[in-house]
Ligand binder design. Structure first.
Ligand code: TPW
Ligand code: MG
Length: 544
């Protein structure tokens, strides 16, 4: 076995199912082994941000390792933003980068793709990955690979592996199995008992879940726990899509001032708020109507549990959930104390009226009612707020880090990972960044349905700062570009046209379907309207 094969087998043994990548001369030798060994399928895309986003989305949806392979310098540095996003949003993404060989590093010449020092790239990546290695020693490579993959899975954060190009075919032993994570059983039991005591003492306990629950594969267990404890459950914005298929009642997505008032009251008024696997970010929590006092919440994330002023360190989320289950009775099924939320709006009138973002949500719910749910990849922009009115379904979006350009490549990652046809929601500004990746659908047989919300504007920014003319975009005619990229495109302006286009797209398999939905300027989803109004109100209050 050679070093690259040893690495690929280890990735596969630990959950990786495919590799997304773009080669370069420093990466050609290991790409050759990827292709010829057939250990993991390789999908090449067009631009490294797309590679990172696709691999990240595949990891998110499967709750397993994603793999992004790039060349040294120009390739790896092109992917920094996507990896930063995966770091912030806790996605277990393995970055494989080609690198200079031993003799090249010693030549005294500057190498092409070298930014400053030869190791500048690795140092940049140290900031956005939780473990790094350069496989320059075949003897030590197996344990290095195990260490780095272990960190990726334990912390659910990206890692960096550099393959010097003269090492890739070196003979190498297989990677040993990863050591189990050690947990102090007494501390764990005490922690679970205290969490349960707090929840039982509360008169209005509530559970808010976020991405770590998916990352560590805990959805079914968490749903069961909520049932036993009779806890009402909501997700954070970032956790949208969690528990969509669980057999339980989900209250919805907590969005503070931007969300349903009743749900906001439930979360903010809880005297036993259990935040499970959450990212304590501003998008998740700063839009609170009434500031949540985190000192009175139970916070389980980042491998520790915080209750008020004390902390139980080294409590992995999976162990905590198991311990909570062990200390609760499987026969107890407590009725959730809260009334069920109203279903999301459906029944869009197919008339001649122009289309608002909320019409799109209704039209998608109508489509799901007839043909079943689809997994969704959303970009940043009003499309993401629009998605908050679409039925709960598998969902991935940059809800915290908020990078644009995620939607289309993430959709490709979803289809590669799940084999299911995805729905992509994207704005015109974001589509300008990475929409071209759709051109890769034809050769891999991917056929996402893409709803492109074209308002010829960076509308979300314009809403915050209406006086700036630079937020206006040109009208690009995206639908007309679809044929050249190997798909079908249609531009729609009325609700009747939108419904017809969705039905047609649904019925057409094998080619991507781009529906360019023209949205009049200034027309926002209700959620984004509330979000902007709320943020402005909160800013005004704190300024006053
Ligand atoms: C990589 C900043 C946040 S929202 C936005 C920008 C430029 C406008 C989005 O325009 P789009 O959607 O896609 O047409 P909509 O609904 O607002 O009209 N660069 C990156 N990421 C972010 N978040 C920005 C800039 C931004
Ligand atoms: Mg726009």
């Amino acid at each position: 076995m050679n070093l690259t094969e040893s690495l690929l087998h280890a990735l596969k043994a630990n959950g990786a199912r495919h590799i997304f990548g773009i080669p370069g001369d420093f990466a050609l030798p290991f790409f050759k082994i990827i292709e010829e060994s057939g250990i993991l399928p390789l999908y090449t895309l067009s631009h490294e941000p797309g590679v990172g986003f696709a691999a990240d989305a595949a990891a998110r949806i499967d709750g397993t390792l994603g793999v992004a392979a790039v060349t040294y310098g120009a390739g790896a540095l092109n992917m920094v933003n996507a990896v930063a996003s995966a770091y912030a949003e806790k996605s277990p993404l393995v970055v494989l980068s080609g690198g200079p060989g031993q003799h090249e590093s010693a030549s005294g010449l500057l190498l092409h793709h070298q930014a400053k020092q030869l190791d500048s790239q690795q140092r940049i990546y140290e900031e956005i990955t939780c473990a790094q290695t350069r496989l320059h020693d075949a003897e030590r490579a197996p344990q290095e690979i195990a260490r780095v993959i272990g960190a990726c899975l334990e912390h659910s954060r990206p890692v960096y592996i550099e393959l010097p190009r003269d090492m890739v075919a070196a003979p190498c032993a297989p990677v040993p199995p990863l050591p189990a994570i050690q947990v102090d059983a007494d501390a764990l039991a005490a922690c679970a008992a205290e969490v349960l005591a707090r929840l039982r003492a509360a008169s209005k306990p509530a559970l808010v879940v976020d991405v770590e629950v998916r990352r560590y594969g805990l959805e079914a267990k968490v749903a069961e726990l909520a049932r036993r404890l009779g806890l009402p459950v909501a997700t954070c914005i970032m956790g949208r899509g969690l528990l969509a298929d669980a057999d339980m009642h989900l209250m919805g997505t907590y969005m503070g001032v931007a969300g349903e008032p009743e749900l906001t009251r439930m979360v903010e008024g809880s005297d036993g708020l259990f935040l499970l696997g959450v990212i304590l970010s501003d998008t998740n929590f700063a839009v609170s109507e009434k500031k949540i006092d985190l000192r009175h919440a139970i916070i389980a994330c980042d491998g520790e549990v915080r209750l008020g002023y004390h902390v139980y360190p080294h409590i992995p989320l999976a162990s905590l959930v198991d311990a909570l289950q062990a200390q609760t009775d499987a026969r107890t099924v407590a009725a959730p104390p809260h009334p069920q939320p109203a279903p999301y709006a459906r029944g869009m009138p197919a008339d001649e009226a122009s289309i608002s973002p909320n019409d799109i949500a209704m039209a998608v719910n109508d489509l799901f009612d007839v043909h079943g749910k689809m997994p969704i990849a959303s970009d940043m922009g009003d499309c993401m707020f629009t998605a908050m009115d679409i039925d709960h379904t598998a969902f991935t979006a940059p809800g915290y880090y908020a990078t644009m350009g995620f939607g289309v490549p993430a959709g490709l990652g979803l289809q590669a990972a799940t084999g299911q046809r995805p729905l992509v929601l994207v704005g015109d500004g974001a589509f300008q960044m990475t929409g071209w990746e759709l051109g890769n659908c034809r050769r891999y047989g991917w056929d996402p349905i893409v709803l492109l919300l074209n308002n010829a504007s960076w509308e979300m920014l314009r809403t915050f700062q209406p006086e700036s003319r630079f937020n206006a975009l040109d009208d690009w005619g995206f639908a007309d570009m679809a044929a050249g990229l190997g798909g079908d495109g249609v531009r729609v302006r009325t609700r009747a046209e939108l419904k017809a286009a969705l039905d047609q797209a649904q019925a057409t398999r094998g080619r991507f379907q781009l529906i360019e939905v023209m949205i009049p300027k200034g027309v926002l989803s209700q959620t984004l309207q509330r979000f902007v109004a709320g943020v402005k109100r909160l800013t005004a209050t704190s300024a006053g």
